[in-house]
Design a protein. Structure first.
Length: 234
């Protein structure tokens, strides 16, 4: 997917970029390719792959919720900024927090935020089970892309979500993980709503969006220390 194909594909999901947004995506792609030469940020190294499998893939999250009603967004395990920075470019009004325990990746994200002159973005180098102390039930939307099995990720993510907010996990496959996670989701105050399955262009596969609504407050006991989450999932 080249730049123009990316713009056209966004228009198909009712997103029209202005010239500043187009320039931001171009700078982001160029800087990612440059940085990836000396820091392992992504296995996708070509420009067309970045526009398709990182930018467009992240933008598809807009098909799952009405972003005009979303203000506070948390991206857990943000890596090189997907989907969080893409969402910030598309929806400048959101307040975005990027969270990752990998210092090289948070440093890269900080550089991207500065390069693109993005406002109201916090880049946090921390583990999810530690940062929760500051931001329990603080976000309208929490998302994570290709991070951990859902039964683990749910305990890390749902405590961050406001009641009536959403946790949306981006998965390449999900059925087995979801079946093993329903009990944990419910115990954490969440309710599984649906999974939206969207085909990527150019036969690049299917992206599954597992949508969970926060229906009641999460018990203060969660999340537990990470080793406990691994040893004894909910």
């Amino acid at each position: 997917m080249n730049e123009n194909e990316f713009y056209n594909s966004l228009e198909n999901i009712n997103i029209v970029l202005n010239e500043n947004q187009k320039e931001q995506f171009k700078k982001y792609a160029d800087y990612l390719i440059e940085s990836n030469n000396f820091t392992n940020l992504t296995a996708i190294k070509d420009i067309n792959g970045i526009y398709l499998k990182h930018f467009y893939d992240s933008a598809l999250l807009s098909c799952t919720t009405n972003f005009s009603e979303i203000k506070e967004v948390l991206d857990i395990g943000c890596g090189a900024g997907f989907p969080g920075i893409v969402l910030k470019i598309l929806f400048p009004h959101i307040n975005l927090t990027l969270l990752d325990s990998n210092n090289k990746k948070t440093s890269f994200c900080t550089n991207v935020v500065n390069l693109l002159n993005l406002n109201n973005v916090n880049v946090i180098n921390s583990r999810a089970e530690d940062y929760i102390k500051n931001k329990r039930e603080a976000y309208d939307l929490v998302t994570a892309r290709a991070v951990k099995d859902l039964h683990i990720l749910s305990e890390l993510a749902i405590p961050y979500v406001k009641v009536n907010g959403y946790f949306i996990s981006m998965k390449s496959s999900y059925e087995e993980e979801l079946n093993a996670s329903i009990q944990a989701i419910n115990k954490l105050g969440g309710k599984y709503l649906e999974t939206k399955n969207i085909n990527l262009p150019n036969d690049a596969g299917i992206r599954n969006f597992v949508i969970i609504k926060k229906v009641k407050a999460t018990n203060i006991l969660f999340p537990r220390p990470y080793n406990q989450i691994l040893k004894k999932p909910l």
